[in-house]
Design a binder for this molecule. Sequence first.
Ligand code: ADP
Length: 426
Amino acid sequence: MSFKNSKKFSLMFKNEKDIFNILFEAVSEGVIVVDSTQKIISTNASAEKMFGYTKNEITNQQLEILIPQKYHPNHGAHFHSFIKYQESRQMGIGRDLFGARKDGSTFPVEVGLNPLEFSGESFVMALVIDISIRKQQELQLQELNAQLEKKVDERTQELSNTVEALKTVNFERDAEIKKRIEAQNKTKNALKKEKELNELKTKFLSLVSHEFKTPLSGILTSAMLLGKYKLSEQQERRDKHIKTISDKVHYLNNILNDFLSIEKLETGKITYNFSTFKISKVVNEVVYNANMLLKEGQKINYPENIDDYSLFQDEKIVELALSNLVHNAIKYSSENTLVDIQITQDEKFSTFKIMDNGIGIPENDQKSIFNRYFRAENALLTQGTGIGLNIVKSHLENLGGSISFISEEHKGSVFTFILPNKVNKQ
Ligand code: ADP
């Protein structure tokens, strides 16, 4: 039967010796026609070349000689189901197909199958394309891609290593910078302290030469004059000079104390002594001492109904603050003026106001008034050091209080300080 089929088929072509035959031989794909028993009936030149057979060698052979041995078991089943369902299709979709050459080598193929019906017999025409080159290229492409991916992976790794390294470097650098800044700050602070200490010394020396000169010469003069008033009726004069001497010594002592306070405040060596005391006690003492400093016609007004006001604070500091402000009010006001002290107390705080009708503070100088050694331009003819307000402010803040003022030049000033009734001891 197979032989008969082969004859029939070649007859078809022989009889028709036409364009069909030409086409069959001319196509570059391999064409293999098999009958229903898988016998090769016809092949074209491309197919023969592809598989390495001559026409004679291949014709009438079983199709299996063109298929590698290992695919034989499955191939039979595929072929029969194809013959059964009879529709053209691409073979081997989803799996790789291979052809076997005469020399035993195999090569990848792509196969299109076309069922043929001829004189009641079934044939299958297979169009075979050798895809070795394409596969090779695909493989190369895959390899290239794999290499590329590997390279990308390597580079990514390198990059992340570099980033990590940079991070570490940055971290180390940041730590280094931090350390350096800390060291710089320490040095800066030390230098600042050193500078301030030097400034203090310089200031002290210049104060000693300026501020001390006047009182010292006053003391010297009074001391000399004291020696001259020998008669007993000259006691009044002697007393006057003794008072001058004691006032000036007092003044010098205050300046020295101020300097010592600065040093203590600076180095944090201040210790406060807290006790409960009446505000009126402090006010009386301050006003008593201030009365001796009053100029001609000056008067101090102070509250007399404050016996209920008590504080748990450092009494000496409250006295220092109040006396500094009252002394300034007297010092920076002319004769025949009034210094008014007002004190109020609520549940938590006590407020002290010291008002004068003195020279006031020029607007430009107001922002600097609490700076150490600062003296307003209109105060330079009056004796002073520019230390008092600075010290008072530091103490008040240390005790949980604050100080502020309002002032107008030629009109007067109001200094206000506030303290908690009960100090919050740390
Ligand atoms: P001192 O009075 O020794 O100069 P202070 O620290 O007490 O130092 O005061 C600083 C400056 O503030 C003074 O030099 C003065 O210019 C100004 N000042 C303080 N109190 C008054 C006031 N009641 N009226 C006008 N100026 C004042």
